[in-house]
Design a protein around this ligand. Structure first.
Ligand code: 6R9
Length: 656
């Protein structure tokens, strides 16, 4: 595997620097001694961070790394994750503090205090127990971004069960695959949700997902809990389906949180891998919560008594787990969540929300920032954004121009911008500046957070010299690291811990370090695409395309896209028997819709090119690099390893 080095030339010339202002540094949560303390005693450092949580049974062991890559953190300690996010704040007298300001897309809203959220979660925990859900059982959550999504996740955590949140944009087939893989016994969904000004139904998708498949196979789902959101029409399966509001109304609000072992599984979250089958990334309790809370507090400079924090992520993604639910609530933060799309009903919606709640910390994705850049600064300028004092970015590299725009236009030229690198697998932020401490460099994610050890290496595991591209590896275990791939320990070892041996985690990203030691991320080196901050695998979309009767063969590449970072571009060979259909104008449209229907709208190719051949090596590997050249309108690179060197010129003429 070799590292790709996109944009390296222009990034090398980025020389703007933003040191922290004295005022910010004075009251900053993070201090530079964190680095020294972590360097002097890494495990002791993490133990100190873990002790900021409430442990029913204190741990005496910090890390067990005797059986790599299977790590155990704080493993003789016991805690309850939901208690840490709820009850303990109420017990500390903070019950009246708002935990969540929820904003629905149509303009309805609800503010929920810590006391209220705790009571809701207690009721939901009793309900889940009454439905037979216990420690270790899996619950699939397929909801829009409404308070019940957070309540459900915390209720599952509170009883020691395991949630698997499936993004509401995923199809019935994707949902079914995730329900099957985790063997879920309960699904929590809604009649629908709001997006782009319309109510979109969710319940019918769940019904389709749970229907017997082509072979007559069914799932082990016993009940479907349905939250009423849009009041859309739903089909009811008596005995299986239950209305959330009916059940919650009769559930007791008394519930004592029981302690669970630190390594009790907390959730599974599916993410795309290099093969078609999504991987169920497994996270556990104590270490995960420790790093989520620590990074949330220090990277976002959280002052919970005065800040209003808003992460725009959906709970269907890891950012929604660590920085909408667990990190902020463990820290007693007041946060905003918003159900809908940024441009509904008008393109200033986000900025209106910032103004309305006086948001002080905003955490968003570069793709959104680039979209706002295209729309122009006159839109945010219509709103009072003076409450903002810190901006964060996640999901993909943020190019220096977008970084500077974000700081200037959204942050009024004053706010630090923290670019945070991490993954579903890492569970929490791994690389970021610390605001108030670090001099910021637009375009660079900068340095490992205190307590994290990583390196940039070549294929032979030698640290690369300054300014040279290489592979990003994590060289020491960290508290919020994934504990496995659900049901597949071999794939876990093979995917992450085989490239450089069983104690080195290979992240799949290319990176380079500059002369100051700052890290610049260069994108994925495998066949995973990053579209609007969402990971999609080329293999998964190819297999969807090939499942269409018209298609003989397909190759998918991520082509760079000004707005979404990368865009899905597909090259398809149609079957001779479907030559007429393929010739028709709408073949590409049909296939784009097919992928959207099978996987979800996020996977819909930007373009589908019908071609006669695909470029392959003699060993039959598709050379995506060449297709990317075509998709990005570049001169085609080295074709010498192709089995048939003429193929590319034929393809290039076809798509022009
Ligand atoms: C949190 C999240 C992980 C992949 C990761 C990398 C890319 C995330 C980034 C970034 C450059 C950043 N990525 N943050 N690349 N700079 N600040 O996004 O998790 O959905 O699992 O994606 O996203 O390629 O490997 P996930």
């Amino acid at each position: 595997m070799t590292a790709t080095t996109p944009h390296i030339d222009n990034l090398l010339h980025e020389s703007r620097r933003f040191p922290p202002s004295d005022a910010f540094a004075e009251s900053a949560v993070a201090t530079s001694d964190l680095y020294e303390r972590a360097a002097a005693d890494r495990e002791g450092f993490w133990a100190a961070q873990a002790n900021a949580l409430h442990w029913h049974t204190p741990f005496t062991r910090v890390l067990d790394w005797s059986n790599p890559p299977f790590a155990r953190w704080f493993d003789d300690g016991e805690l309850n994750v939901a208690y840490n996010c709820l009850d303990r704040h109420v017990e500390a007298g903070l019950g009246d503090r708002i935990a969540v300001h929820w904003e629905g897309e149509p303009g309805d809203s609800r503010s929920i205090s810590y006391a209220e959220l705790t009571a809701e979660v207690k009721k939901a925990a009793n309900l889940l127990t009454a439905l037979g859900v216990g420690q270790g059982d899996r619950v699939a959550i397929y909801l829009p971004l409404i308070p019940e999504a957070i309540i459900s996740m915390l209720a599952v955590a509170r009883i020691g069960a395991i949630h698997s949140v499936v993004f509401g944009g995923f199809s019935a087939e994707s949902l079914r695959a995730r329900i099957d893989d985790a063997d879920a016994k309960l699904v929590i969904t809604a009649d629908g949700g709001y997006r782009k000004g319309r109510a979109f139904p969710l319940k019918p998708t769940v019904d389709a997902a749970l229907a017997p498949d082509a072979d007559g196979a069914t799932t082990n789902v016993e009940h479907v809990l349905v939250v009423e959101r849009t009041k859309g029409e739903v089909q009811w399966h008596e005995g299986r389906d239950l209305w959330w509001h009916d059940e919650i109304a009769v559930a007791s609000a008394e519930h004592v949180a029981k302690p669970f072992p630190a390594e009790n599984p907390l959730f599974i979250l599916y993410t795309s891998g290099t093969t078609g089958k999504p991987k169920g990334i497994l996270h556990t309790s104590g270490g995960y919560l420790t790093q989520a809370a620590f990074t949330h507090k220090n990277v976002f400079d959280l002052h919970p008594e005065s800040d209003v924090y808003w992460s725009t992520a959906d709970v269907g993604w890891i950012t929604g787990h660590s920085y909408v639910v667990y990190g902020p609530l463990a820290n007693g933060a007041t946060e905003v969540i918003y159900e809908g799309t940024p441009d509904t009903p008008h393109p200033g919606r986000w900025w209106e929300i910032v103004q309305k709640y006086r948001v002080s910390i905003l955490y968003a994705a570069p793709t959104a920032i680039r979209t706002f850049m295209k729309l122009g600064r006159q839109i945010p300028q219509q709103f009072d954004l003076s409450s903002l004092r810190l901006l964060g970015s996640v999901g993909e590299p943020i190019n220096p121009e977008a970084w500077v725009w974000y700081r200037e236009v959204i942050g009024g030229g004053l706010t630090p911008v923290v670019d945070t690198w991490w993954q579903t697998e890492t569970g929490a932020i791994m690389i970021s500046a610390l605001p108030g401490v670090t001099t910021l460099k637009p375009g660079s994610a900068q340095v490992p957070v205190p307590g994290i050890e990583l390196d940039v290496v070549d294929e032979r595991f030698r640290s690369t010299p300054a300014d040279e591209g290489g592979l990003l590896v994590i060289t020491q275990p960290w508290p919020s690291m994934l504990r496995g791939i659900w049901g597949d320990p071999e794939r876990f070892k093979e995917t992450y811990w085989s490239t450089f041996g069983p104690t080195t985690y290979f992240a799949g990203d290319g990176a380079r370090r500059d002369k100051d030691g700052d890290i610049w991320l260069l994108g994925r080196v495998d066949d995973v695409m990053n579209v609007s901050g969402h990971r999609l695998s080329t293999a998964e979309i190819e297999s969807s395309l090939v499942s269409h009767p018209m298609v003989a063969e397909a190759a998918v590449v991520g082509a760079s896209d000004e707005t979404t970072g990368q865009a899905v571009v597909a090259f398809v060979i149609t079957k001779a028997s479907h030559a007429d259909a393929a010739a028709a104008e709408d073949a590409a449209a049909t296939l784009r819709a097919h992928v959207a229907q099978q996987i979800g709208a996020i996977a819909r190719p930007r373009q589908v090119f019908i071609v006669n051949e695909l470029p392959k090596t003699r060993s039959g590997k598709i050379m995506r690099r060449l297709l990317r050249d075509v998709a990005e309108g570049r001169e085609i690179g080295d074709t010498t390893t192709l089995a048939d060197t003429h193929v590319m010129s034929i393809i290039a003429t076809t798509v022009r």
